[in-house]
Design a protein around this ligand. Structure first.
Ligand SMILES: [Zn+2]
Ligand SMILES: [Zn+2]
Length: 389
C-alpha cells in the first residue's frame, strides 16, 4: 500500500484531530463545533471556504492550474443519538451522542487529503471538498443540494467513501452498479369501528385486518418482485389498543416500516404493492385504510465511468488489495442525492476487524485510525488522476 510521505508525516495531527472529533460528537444539523474546526483547517491550508449550505455544511475549494474539470469529494460529519458504552481515552464526552458510524474518520481523511493537496498542488483543475451535515437520516445531502450546492460548485463527478469493518485497512472495494439501497418509509392506518371486545359483530375490527396484512406482507418481495432483484420490506412499528383495556376493540391500528430496493422499478413496485395489500386487506374486512409511502433516499448506484476512475486511483494505493466484487449494503446513504446531480462513485475503505463484533451503529464501534493514511491517500490519488496536471 502506498501512502505519500506528506500524508504519513501528518498522521500525528490527523489522528489527534479524529480523536478530538470522536470525543465531541454532534448530531445532524448541529455540527457547529465540528464545522468550525473543519473550516478553520481548510482556511489555514489556503482553501476557499463556503459555509452555511445545509446549515452546518462546509465546502472547501482548491483550484490549481488551468484545468477546467471539477470534482466533488464528500465526507459526512454527524454522529448518532446513542450512548458510547466502550471505554477509550477519547470516549464521547456528550451523554447520548456517539460517533458510531465513523464519520469522525471520514471528516479527518478528507481534511488530510485537502491539506496534502494544498501543499503539493500536483493537479490541474478544481476540487470541491464537501463536508456534509446530517447524513444519518436527517437529510443533510438533500438540504445542501436544495441550498444550491451544485449551482455554486458545479461538479463533473462526485465521490463518496465509507469505512467498512471486516475489510482490512489496506483494502478498498470499488464496484460498479448498486452500492446502497433506497431507504423509504411507509405508514398505514387501518380504520375500523371500535366496539366491546365481547361484541365484535357490532363493530369492524382493525386488529384482525392488521394480522392479515402483516402475515401477507412478505409476499410483496416473495411473489411480486423479480427473484433476481434484491428488496426488503419490514414492518417496524405496530400500535393499537391499550393493554389496560383488554375488553376494547380499538378504532384504529397504526403500522409503519421501511422499504429498500436498488432500482427505480423495484422501488416503484414496493410503494405500489404495499399499498395495494393495505387497501385490499381493508376492503376485505370492510374497513378503511390510509396509506402513505415516503420516499426518503434513492439508491446509490455507481456510475461506470466514475467507478473506472475511482478504481484506477484505488489500485494505485491499494494494489491487488483493491476489491471489485464486494456485495452492496441494504443500508442507505444520502450521498445518493449528490449522485443524482453528477456521475458518482461510492467506495468502501477497510476499517479492520470488527472489534468485539462492533459494527456500524454499535455502542462499542470505533473508527480505526490506521485507516486515516490509506483513506487520505486514496482521495489524493483520485484528485491527481482525475485532474491530471
Ligand atoms: Zn451510519
Ligand atoms: Zn455512516
Amino acid at each position: 500500500m502506498r501512502v505519500p510521505p506528506g500524508i504519513a508525516d501528518d498522521l500525528t495531527f490527523l489522528t489527534a484531530f479524529r480523536r478530538d472529533l470522536h470525543a465531541h460528537p454532534e448530531l445532524g444539523f448541529e455540527e457547529e463545533r465540528t464545522s468550525d474546526l473543519v473550516a478553520r483547517i481548510l482556511e489555514e491550508a489556503g482553501l476557499r471556504i463556503h459555509r452555511g449550505l445545509g446549515k452546518t455544511g462546509v465546502v472547501g475549494t482548491l483550484q490549481v492550474g488551468n484545468g477546467t474539470r471539477a470534482i466533488g469529494l464528500r465526507a459526512d460529519m454527524d454522529a448518532l443519538a446513542m450512548p458510547e458504552l466502550a471505554d477509550r481515552p477519547y470516549k464521547s464526552t456528550v451523554a447520548g451522542k456517539m460517533h458510531a458510524c465513523g464519520h469522525d474518520g471520514h471528516t479527518t481523511m478528507l481534511l488530510g487529503a485537502a491539506r496534502h493537496l494544498a501543499a503539493t498542488r500536483n493537479f490541474s483543475g478544481t476540487v470541491h471538498f464537501i463536508f456534509q451535515p446530517a447524513e444519518e437520516g436527517r437529510g443533510g445531502a438533500r438540504r445542501m443540494v436544495e441550498d444550491g450546492l451544485f449551482d455554486l460548485f458545479p461538479c463533473d463527478a462526485v465521490y463518496g467513501l465509507h469505512n467498512m469493518p471486516g475489510l482490512a485497512v489496506d483494502e478498498m472495494a470499488v464496484v460498479a452498479g448498486p452500492q446502497l439501497a433506497s431507504s423509504d418509509s411507509w405508514r398505514l392506518t387501518f380504520r375500523g369501528v371500535g366496539t366491546h371486545g365481547a361484541k365484535p359483530h357490532l363493530g369492524r375490527d382493525p386488529i384482525t385486518a392488521a394480522g392479515t396484512f402483516l402475515a401477507s406482507l412478505q409476499t410483496v418481495v416473495g411473489r411480486v418482485v423479480d427473484p433476481l432483484q434484491p428488496a426488503v420490506v419490514s414492518a417496524c412499528a405496530l400500535q393499537a389498543g391499550d393493554p389496560k383495556a383488554l375488553n376494547v376493540i380499538p378504532d384504529t391500528v397504526e403500522i409503519g416500516g421501511t422499504a429498500r430496493a436498488y432500482t427505480p422499478h423495484v422501488r416503484d413496485q414496493l410503494e405500489e404493492e404495499i399499498g395495494r395489500l393495505a387497501l385490499g386487506t381493508a376492503a376485505m374486512y370492510g374497513i378503511e385504510a390510509d396509506y402513505r409511502f415516503e420516499r426518503r433516499i434513492p439508491p446509490v448506484v455507481n456510475d461506470p465511468d466514475a467507478t473506472a476512475r475511482a478504481l484506477s486511483a484505488a489500485r494505485s494505493v491499494f494494489g491487488e488489495k483493491t476489491l471489485t466484487n464486494f456485495p452492496p449494503s441494504t443500508a442507505g446513504d444520502d450521498f445518493a442525492f449528490f449522485a443524482l446531480e453528477a456521475p458518482g462513485c461510492y467506495v468502501w475503505l477497510g476499517n479492520g476487524p470488527a472489534v468485539d463484533g462492533a459494527l456500524h451503529h454499535n455502542s462499542a464501534y470505533d473508527f480505526n485510525d490506521a485507516a486515516i493514511g490509506p483513506g487520505a491517500a486514496f482521495w489524493t490519488a483520485l484528485v491527481e488522476q482525475e485532474l491530471k496536471a
